[in-house]
Design a protein around this ligand. Structure first.
Ligand code: NCD
Length: 395
């Protein structure tokens, strides 16, 4: 029977992953754990190529012709700025036409149509469904629905999860890992124009190494309810020698969930919890700030959080001045008061670059889903081999 997902939802994530693939490639993107190191490196490589190609007219023309025959539906009924716009920009860059539903009261859901009927309708007119909803696991159910349609020889299109409930945000994890990877290569001027060169950093800190392994990652704010953290740590746990410090209020719903701690320990991550950013700030290589997600507060949380001193989870200029000079500050945004605006001009504050990276990595993901990543890999060296700026050398 269609729309019957209970048994599939009840399985452990590891058992679901094969259902989301077709012919050895991802068909749907629902969980961050669908990405392994090889796929992350591949997508980051494609994202950097797209970023280069988008700088030159021939590159833009090439990209814009790749998927011009396809249409994407952005079904975003939960508030979104960056995820929505960067997905739309990514689609447009590759030539896809986009349509959107952001307000279910102007769709047939208002007339009582089920979400599954709506999504099935989207698949009749579109070639890709990107969705964000408040309901947890809805994107997962829609992926199963598409698989069932496939089994009945009906039209079936990829579903990409742009944030479902408080559980997962896999493409945010991709852009976070892409940003971290680029920052810890210490080479790209584009990511951080005012950052100190690797050689200069090494001269003062001889043990500093390039890359994600062996670094200390600190997550601060709403650990328990932040889906971006949950998804990002899954990717970071694929790297060796990783240490993670979780800084949050003591509150049971905001602190590191036991289930996540156990999973991280099992993947070999060194896990530490702290109640005070001030105590750990000097040890951190990458600081991932998040806001307290009050929209998930229940009646009880509202009263218990009222007296809490949340300013211990705010980043101040004084704290930043004590951070390592090569450290990176990220934030998935939107921010509230946890990062003072004065910090934005510090060379370590890379959250705006991070948000822009979302566009490149999402374009890479869409290119991969529709199998034009190979064409990008072949064209990138060709276009750049033929380009010279005789004053600056090869671009
Ligand atoms: C986050 C989200 O929606 O999960 N934003 C985003 O997608 N970049 C984080 C948040 O809402 O705090």
């Amino acid at each position: 029977m269609l729309y019957d997902f209970e048994a599939r939802l009840a399985r452990p994530t590891a058992l679901k992953i094969a259902d989301l693939e077709r012919n050895g490639r991802l068909k749907h993107v629902i969980f961050s754990r669908q990405f392994n190191r090889e796929l992350i490196d591949h997508l980051c490589g494609i994202a950097s190529m797209i970023q280069d190609l988008a700088q030159i007219p021939e590159g833009r023309e090439f990209l814009g012709g790749r998927l011009a025959h396809l249409r994407a539906m952005l079904y975003f009924t939960q508030p979104s700025t960056r995820t929505f716009l960067s997905f739309m920009a990514a689609c447009q860059m590759l030539g896809l036409t986009c349509n959107e539903i952001r307000d279910p009261s102007v769709s047939s859901e208002y007339k009582g149509e089920s979400k599954f009927d709506s999504v099935r309708m989207f698949s009749s007119y579109f070639d890709l469904i990107i969705m964000r909803t408040r309901e947890p696991r809805l994107a997962e159910c829609c992926a199963y629905l598409m698989n069932d349609l496939d089994d009945f020889n009906q039209r079936s299109v990829p579903v990409v999860n742009g944030g479902s409930g408080a559980d997962e945000h896999p493409t945010q994890a991709l852009l976070d890992v892409y940003t971290a990877q680029r920052c810890f290569e210490f080479t790209s001027e584009r990511d951080a124009p005012r950052r100190i060169s690797f050689e200069a950093l090494r001269a003062r800190n001889p043990t500093l190494k390039k890359g994600l392994p062996g670094k200390t990652y600190c997550f601060c704010g709403d650990i328990g309810r932040g889906r971006t953290i949950r998804s990002f740590v899954n990717l970071l746990s694929l790297y060796s020698g990783v240490r993670m410090i979780f800084v949050s209020p003591e509150h049971e719903r905001l602190r590191l969930p036991e289930e996540l701690r156990a999973r991280l320990l099992q993947s070999g991550v060194e896990v530490q919890e702290s109640r005070d950013l001030d105590k750990v700030i000097e040890e951190v290589d990458l600081l991932y700030m998040t806001r307290i997600q009050h929209e998930w507060d229940t009646g009880d949380d509202k009263t218990s959080l009222k007296g809490a001193d949340l300013s211990r989870y705010w980043l101040t200029q004084k704290l930043v001045s004590r951070m390592k000079e090569h450290a990176v500050i990220l934030h998935p945004f939107p921010r509230n008061e946890e990062i003072a605006v004065e910090i934005d001009t510090d060379p370590r504050a890379l959250y705006f670059t991070q948000a822009r990276n979302g566009m490149w990595i999402r374009a890479a993901l869409i290119a991969y889903l529709f199998d034009v990543d190979g064409a990008i890999m072949r064209t990138h060296p060709k276009l750049f081999a033929e380009r010279h700026d005789y004053n600056l050398g090869n671009i």
